[in-house]
Ligand binder design. Structure first.
Ligand code: ZN
Length: 212
């Protein structure tokens, strides 16, 4: 097996195994369970922006329901949350807007659409990552930086599609801006590495951590 830099896990640094094709060279980390695309598929900033610009500014009912469900299941039950950072809020910022309507004090950040660096110089009771972590090219650095934005006992609520048992023909891999896919093992690894407790996990698409 050829273990080189291209197969080093971007979450934990261990060498990984090529695991599947799906039209892409994928790797699975034996240490943290992350499934990730080889870096040769990484899009540059212009390519990513071009792709995100094609996302509708008029989202369909299914998208709106998924966000509303996320708020109801993952956010409303959290205690002592006033300030929220909607990180990777996208062009329309639907989640952040809904949370502001619900009375939270919301800041929004998005690399391409709301690049407000001041928002990254505060700490929050809650940081949300909705359909964001699959776009990370370097999750180790991203999670390190994000955890610094959460107050002690604050929360990190994530929505993405977790790795299913069968990777063949998994639709989530086909998006050219999706690079990292998290298994239950990866979610546990993140908890241990970053000093977080898992307080909610539906094992499909939503997890909520609390910072110790
Ligand atoms: Zn790993």
């Amino acid at each position: 097996m050829n273990l080189n830099l291209s197969t080093k896990c971007p979450l934990c640094g261990f060498p990984s195994l090529t695991c599947n094709n799906n039209g892409f060279e994928l790797h699975k980390c034996q240490n943290c369970g992350l499934v990730f695309k080889n870096y040769i598929y990484f899009q540059n900033a212009n390519q990513e922006k071009e792709r995100y610009d094609k996302h509708s500014t008029n989202p369909d009912a299914g998208y709106l329901k998924s966000i509303n469900d996320f708020i109801a299941l993952a956010i409303i039950p959290l205690q002592n949350v006033i300030t929220v950072l909607d990180y990777g809020c996208g062009r329309i910022g639907y989640l952040g807007t809904r949370l502001a309507d619900a009375g939270y004090r919301v800041s929004m950040y998005d690399l391409y659409y709301h690049s407000d660096k001041l928002a990254l110089e505060k700490q929050y009771d809650l940081v949300t990552l909705v359909e964001v972590v699959e776009h990370f090219q370097n999750p180790e650095i991203e999670f390190t930086n994000l955890c610094q934005l959460i107050k002690k006992n604050g929360y990190l609520a994530i929505k993405t599609q977790f790795v299913p048992k069968e990777l063949n023909n998994w639709w989530y891999i086909r998006d050219i801006t999706h690079y990292c896919f998290f298994s239950d093992q990866s979610l546990l690894y993140i908890a241990a590495k970053y000093g977080l407790d898992i307080i909610y996990n539906d094992h499909i698409q939503t997890i909520v951590y609390q910072k110790k």
